[in-house]
Design a protein around this ligand. Structure first.
Ligand SMILES: Cc1cc2nc3c(=O)[nH]c(=O)nc-3n(C[C@H](O)[C@H](O)[C@H](O)COP(=O)(O)OP(=O)(O)OC[C@H]3O[C@@H](n4cnc5c(N)ncnc54)[C@H](O)[C@@H]3O)c2cc1C
Length: 693
């Protein structure tokens, strides 16, 4: 079995000081890589990296570029993409799942090298076309094709200056005029200006705009999507009636031109309404073949979830990159020794350091696997719904659970990546603060993923709402099965640490899962009871829900996402391609991540009387430290198995050759201007004094 797997397409690691660690690993890191990623995906990624590395347009600028230069570069790269032949022509004929997986793989590779470009494409092609697919009809196909072929630059305009998360309060209007058969798009005031819209600042010519549709009888039919031309594609000048501009410099991702727009009674043809779920007849009557168009629109919007899945994939890679940088650096960097003159030891040997960085290494591996599982689950469902003539209905049945998974997993992964970058930065000491370490870029570019496509704190509430519904409803509706354990709620709530360890030792895979099942049931019970008491005391449901978030619903949805990640990892570990050597290292990763997560929930375990006394906490913490220590010898090879090539990782302190100081020396000595006298030297000369110096 083992010999059948081809890993020859994965480049070897170069020789160097890290090989000392690589020799200690008892498994083949290339085989491990194929546990975390599918072969097809990996082949596509290596192909893309090779093409980008060979093209000077994609090489990292040596000096900092102004925001304007970054935007120009990203726009040029976007145009170049059409000529790189990354997408085989026959791909458009393939099924949704295969096609989307292919595009997602390209995006993953692209995002590591050029995050701005990847987001530009994700917004202008991915999100835009997904929205057209879900909400548009045949008459919008030309826009779909044009965006796919990069003939137009597009954007998705939902957010307004005063409203982001609460999309229901969006105030842009689209009033139908039967005289001219046009919609009149209008922005009532600056607070309703579309804002933060990626690609809109300088380049987009068409904005898929969300506005409230009004028929001539004055009835508001709620939010609908409209294709709104904003700029002349030949001149990039705004059309009359459209006030469009760039919002200015951001903390990161400055290659994207985020913009704002205000419409002043701006007219667009009737056909520009995305009319899959509801349409307006030429004489102004609203029509929908669906009994509940609002609900159907919700289902259609669900296909936007592909965007959130893309963010999770990117975040899992960012998390991996941060962990790789920290591990490789820690393996080479030496500080202190037992005695004054004894040899210094690599910082990777310190328990404190292991405890700081190995859980992120483990998290990267576990979350990579769970994102893949979630991606495939999601894509299969959408594909099935598209193949079925009654697709929407099918989608709505299962959509809630997928939505719950995505709404909690996106925050979990983006936050873990955010924290990993900061820990890695500090774990690499002063050199981690060097721009060339790439940790600053990683941080600034990753940061907004905690906010866009749904602010993490808001998004997670959708998961806890779903879980609470499952808890309180007579019938459990969990077609994917993630909440099936709630059926045993009484038994689970009756269990505790002492009873559990009698049949599930702390070292067993099951132990971690059982702890989580108890945690989720207890948090559900507590949160639900709190909300019921509040409402029975006259509190509005809205307030009761808001007041049950902290130490309740928020911990609940996070725990649910962690349990899904752990379960997905176990499922992967049980596949036939996992050899005993691989299983052993995968188990270590599972326990490091599992114990580390449980440690963060300890207060709740004690609060709910799952445990009393110090034994439970002591065991979890002792085991975590012991597993971290065991992970040390494998850590460099695990890092290799999730690392992109040096060109994409782009960190002078974490090259695969491990030549830390040679690489640093080269960086210091060769960066532009290192030895030049500043152009302003005369301005800062200290005038000679009469002193004798
Ligand atoms: C880089 C970037 C690119 C973007 N690109 C686009 C784009 O292309 N198109 C587009 O339409 N939008 C885009 N956005 C906007 C983005 O989608 C919104 O920023 C996001 O939806 C959050 O909305 P908001 O900024 O209004 O935050 P708000 O909703 O105002 O949230 C502010 C804070 O309040 C908290 N909060 C809000 N409601 C609650 C509640 N009920 N309970 C507890 N806390 C709450 C949130 O957790 C958050 O911390 C982009 C944003 C960024 C940063």
């Amino acid at each position: 079995m083992a010999t059948e797997i081809d890993t020859s397409f994965i480049p070897d690691m170069p020789q160097g000081p890290l090989c000392e660690y690589r020799k200690c690993a008892k498994f083949d890191w290339k085989r491990l890589r194929l546990i975390f990623e599918e072969e097809n995906t990996l082949r596509i990624k290596y192909k893309v990296w090779k093409i980008l590395e060979a093209d000077p347009l994609f090489s990292k600028p040596k000096t900092a570029l102004s925001s304007d230069e970054q935007k120009r570069l990203a726009a040029m790269q976007m145009n170049k993409m059409a000529h790189l032949n990354l997408i085989p022509p026959e791909l458009s004929q393939r099924g949704y799942l295969e096609k989307t997986m292919y595009l997602m793989s390209i995006n993953e590779a692209l995002h590591t090298v050029c995050p701005s470009l990847s987001v530009k494409i994700a917004l202008g092609v991915g999100l835009f076309n997904n929205a057209l697919h879900a909400m548009g009809t045949e008459r919008h196909k030309k826009y779909y094709d044009a965006a796919w072929n990069r003939e137009i630059v597009t954007c998705m305009a939902i957010t307004e200056v005063a409203h982001g998360s609460n999309t229901k309060s969006i105030r842009t209007t689209a009033k139908y005029d039967p005289q001219t058969k046009e919609f009149i798009i209008h922005t009532p005031d600056f607070e309703a200006a579309k804002c933060w819209i990626g690609n809109l600042g300088k380049t987009a010519t068409v904005a898929l705009t969300f506005a409230n549709l009004y028929t001539p009888d004055g009835v508001d039919h709620g939010l609908h999507g409209f294709l709104v031309p904003v700029r002349n594609p030949q001149t990039l000048q705004a059309y009359p009636g459209v006030l469009v501009g760039d919002i200015g410099d951001k903390i990161g991702l400055n290659g994207i031109d985020n913009g704002f727009v205000m419409f002043s009674n701006y007219r667009i043809p009737r056909e520009n309404l995305l009319n899959r779920t509801g349409d307006v007849t030429p004489d102004g009557a609203y029509e929908s073949v669906f009994s509940e168009p609002g609900k159907i629109l919700g289902a259609a919007l669900e296909s936007f979830s592909a965007g959130r899945i893309g963010i999770m994939q990117e975040a899992a890679n960012t998390l991996s990159n941060a962990a790789v940088i920290a591990v490789r650096y820690a393996a080479i960097r030496k500080q202190f020794g037992q005695e004054k003159n004894s040899p210094e030891i690599p910082i990777i040997n310190y328990q404190l350091h292991q405890w700081r960085i190995f859980p992120y290494l483990a998290a990267a591996c576990v979350l990579k696997v769970s994102v893949l599982e979630l991606t495939k689950t999601y894509l299969k469902i959408v594909e099935k719904s598209q193949a079925d003539s009654n697709g929407f209905e099918l989608l709505t049945q299962i959509v809630s659970e997928v939505h719950a998974l995505i709404s909690s997993s996106k925050p979990l992964i983006t936050w873990t990546a955010r924290d990993a970058i900061q820990e890695a930065r500090e774990a690499c000491g002063g050199h981690g603060y060097l721009k060339a370490s790439n940790l600053g870029e990683l941080r600034n570019n990753h940061d907004p993923s905690c906010t866009y496509e749904g602010d993490n704190n808001v998004l997670g509430q959708q998961t806890s709402n779903w879980l609470l519904r499952q808890w309180n409803n007579d019938h459990l509706e969990s077609p994917i099965g993630t909440a099936n354990f709630l059926l045993q709620r009484n038994e689970i709530l009756n269990s505790n640490f002492d009873r559990l360890v009698q049949h599930c030792p702390v070292d067993s895979i099951e132990f971690v899962i059982k702890c989580y099942e108890w945690l989720i049931c207890w948090l559900l019970n507590k949160t639900s009871t709190k909300m019921k008491v509040a409402t029975s005391n006259g509190e509005h449901r809205f307030d009761a829900r808001n007041n049950a978030q902290v130490y309740g619903a928020r911990d609940l949805w996070r725990a649910y996402a962690e349990l899904f990640a752990l379960r997905s990892f176990i499922k992967r570990c049980n596949q036939p391609d996992v050899t005993p050597e691989l299983k052993s290292v995968l188990n270590l990763l599972y326990f490091v991540y599992g114990y580390w997560c449980i440690d963060k929930h300890l207060t709740t375990f004690y609060q709910g009387n799952f445990a009393s006394g110090s034994q439970f906490a002591d065991l979890i913490r002792e085991k975590l430290l012991a597993k971290c220590s065991l992970l040390k010898d494998s850590s460099v090879s695990i890092a290799d198995s999730i690392a992109p090539p040096d060109f994409a990782l782009n960190s002078v302190i974490a090259r695969a050759d491990g030549l830390l100081y040679q690489n640093l020396q080269n960086e210091f000595m060769t960066h532009p201007g290192a030895f030049e006298r500043p152009s302003w030297w005369k301005e800062v000369l200290i005038p000679p004094t009469k002193s004798k110096l």
